[in-house]
Design a protein around this ligand. Sequence first.
Ligand code: 6PG
Length: 467
Amino acid sequence: MKSCVGIIGLGSMGASLARNLARHGYKVSVYNRTFEKAEEFVKDNPDDGFVLCRTLEDLASSLPAPRVIMSVITAGSPTKAALEDLSKYLSAGDLVIDCANSFYKDSMALGKEMEEKGILFADCGVSGGKMGALLGPSMMFGGSREAWDLCQGVIKDACAKAKDGEPCAARLGPVGSGHFVKMIHNGIEYALMGAIAEIYDLFRREGFSAEECAQIFKKWDEGDLHSYLIEITGKVLAHIDAKTQKPFVDVLKDETRMNGTGTWTVLSALELGSSAPSVGEAVFERIISSEKELRSAFKPAPAPEISLDSSDAMQALYLASAIIYSEGFDVLEAASRKYDWNLDYSEIARIWEAGCIIRSDFLPKISEAFKKDPSLPSLLAFPAFEKIEEENIQALRRVVARGVLGAVSCAVLESALSYFDELTHPLPLNLLAAQRDYFGAHGYERADEPGFFHTEWEEGGQEVKRQ
Ligand code: 6PG
């Protein structure tokens, strides 16, 4: 039996992680706020040797020092309250790892609070859903080297393994970086899901059935687009509702919920002066989907006919996905600069190769790109990605145009395309600079001469140099 680990929270993720650790030979102490749930969990898994704890104090005293405790409860105030309470029973040098989808700034604040008490604190993004937590998630660790040394054996045992057998877990930087990277993972997840949904909608509007769409996604999963999200799209679309015998997707409302990590990604990008427009559109699409009153104020408009070339659709989704990943890495770079995290983008892509929701055949390519050139200004500027752009850009343009003409909202695909065009073509912001100078005397820079200028627009139109 290996050393002990504590788990707080036996919801679907916590319970799966506890079973995962037990199967790797760890003696796991488990605690849940509702004791009956913990009792039932231990009863349901009699062979896993769980140590049942009634209180946080029991949990602490069941573990040898230095203690390693993983918390998998709802992010925000529940996590803060439980960990503050737990800290009363811990000693200097013990380690608490927050494995929830917590906001990175909350993790930084809690980390400071714990540090003042001499307790080690780490934030660990865990991706892969319930099955991932059980069979091996991708784990993004933020914390001190001391904290990592204390728990890396446990984390590397529990996490997913890439094709080459390497663990999909790593220490990415200090406290805050683990949850920041997980937040960006989720932002990318939102945008990829949005792009897939838009392509699906185009096919349905062309007249394809859910089953026909399922076959298309299944085929795509065998090619360049091979990924977890494409794989589950094929499976979901092929699923038949037991109650109605109709395709499952056709009996669901066209609205979705969210827990907030996509919104945080967009807010954080804005705060860092970075851009993630495809993530933004994916969040807005989800918001609009749930604005029932607003949507019901409109009569369904007539739908123009559309026709879609399936290989164009595949190529469009392929390039849009590359752009979406690139947006995510741009925001990571902005955060790394601001917080001095020195993030290793190649390593981040590597630990996303297995276990997590956005795993795909893109990840080894991304890891390779940043390995070859760690200071790459944008993934899209790497030769292998420039080739993807060259080969697929016309298809993306055609698909977006078909969506626009056919009244199929393709906001994520469109914003990925616009982001690419903004990077690769001149922008009309010279006009905007002149307008700002006209009404606000804000000044502008000329392309042909250094310095800062202002034009006396309504007083003769002379230009004055300000510095
Ligand atoms: C993961 C998932 C996971 C969760 C998302 C869903 O990486 O395992 O991203 O964290 O399923 O939070 O997010 P929404 O509820 O916001 O869609």
